[in-house]
Design a binder for this molecule. Sequence first.
Ligand code: BES
Ligand code: MN
Ligand code: MN
Length: 456
Amino acid sequence: MTDLDLYLEQHGGRFEEELCHLLRIASVSTDGLHGAELREAAQWIARQLQDVGLATELIETAGNPVVYAESPAVAGAPTALIYGHYDVQPPEPLEEWLSPPFEPTRRDGNLFARGTSDDKGQLYTHLKAAEAWMRVRGGLPLQLKFLIEGEEEVGSSSVSQLIVQDPQRFACDVVVISDSTQFAPGQPAITYGLRGIAYFELKLAGPKHDLHSGSFGGAVTNPANCVARMMASLVDECGRVQIPGFYDDVAPLTDRERGQFAALQHDETLFLQQVGVDGATGEEGFTALERRWARPTCDINGLYGGYQGEGAKTVLPARAGAKFSFRLVPHQDPAKIGSALRTKLEALCPPGIQMELIAMHTGSPVLVPLDSPYLTAASRAIQHGFGCPPVFTREGGSIPIVTLFREKLGADSLLLGWGQEDDNAHAPNEKFNLADFHRGIRASAHLWNELQHARP
Ligand code: BES
Ligand code: MN
Ligand code: MN
């Protein structure tokens, strides 16, 4: 055991208490109602980084503040930029939480609260690893830059603007992100691929107010019927997207990669059981991992229109709509998908309906090269922290800013997820395993050691 590991063991209890403080702050970014809590979370993280001894700044933006901190450059060693987000998803539905979402609670070795896994608990591991180096060794073996934002769950627009305006400030050799998952309990992973996303809202407006469906139905176009028909036209019963040209740029899975996916021990029956379904549909000829990691999708995220209350009301609603998103894979282009979608929906919109299609946010799909020395360094650090080497996975979620790091900073990201697939991210009863929290801190502390000598 190294002096660093000893420090982490001695201070582990305090790290948990500190994380609980951050988790009590309801920094929800989605609804625009939690500006004060978002600021409080940013300030709290900034104070922590300051206390660790890093040069820290709370950068004001048009949206939520961005926390930035850096340690001095180290001659001959690379610079690593650690990215994470302090904003969280809304906790609703509240009645499904076994303990309140912003009162962190320990059960069965897990810490339950909104943001434990996505992403407060994960990002915090890197702060504590930096603290250990500063306290035990009096400095870091390479330059670290922390970039912690509060708009990841709503598209990262403010932090993206900062990077575009002043890429020099965030210049680095490699980016480190812990905002994804391990392959399974006891099986850590390095993620080399993420899906992209293109998110839309379709708003349909019909008559100037709701109408009696008996008096008017049949002669006035019903926006709710329309939204159902238009949405159903986008994707078939197997999940095959029905937009002309949608698959043109999809990189086919190679036999080599399919072999690698198949070599991962993945039990599809168990997977469906964990999700709570007795069967599934999906694209013909693809395994569940292939469908989730390397195939594009179209999913409705919300659907509205008409009477939602108890009992039956015979109404022809004046308005209806849908929120929906496509997960994209290399080399699909979110902008190209957006314009093909618009053409298709406009052609389907019948007389008597005003259609509005709002493009909400996009993110490009990501594949990071597997032959990087930084990846080798990360594998060794994970082996140290978790006691076994990582497997290499792709994942279905999206972190849009990864593409910007490549384009503006020329740096690839190490996606070192400490979470688990059943952490309930974005769902009730979000959790983070406390053993994984401490293993993640240990892996991070060793990552700084391994990275200092890594050179492309
Ligand atoms: N941490 C997730 C991304 C993620 C999820 C990575 C699962 C790997 C596996 C992130 O906070 C997130 O939720 N991203 C959004 C995208 C954003 C544009 C709203 C997502 O994937 O829906
Ligand atoms: Mn996240
Ligand atoms: Mn998220």
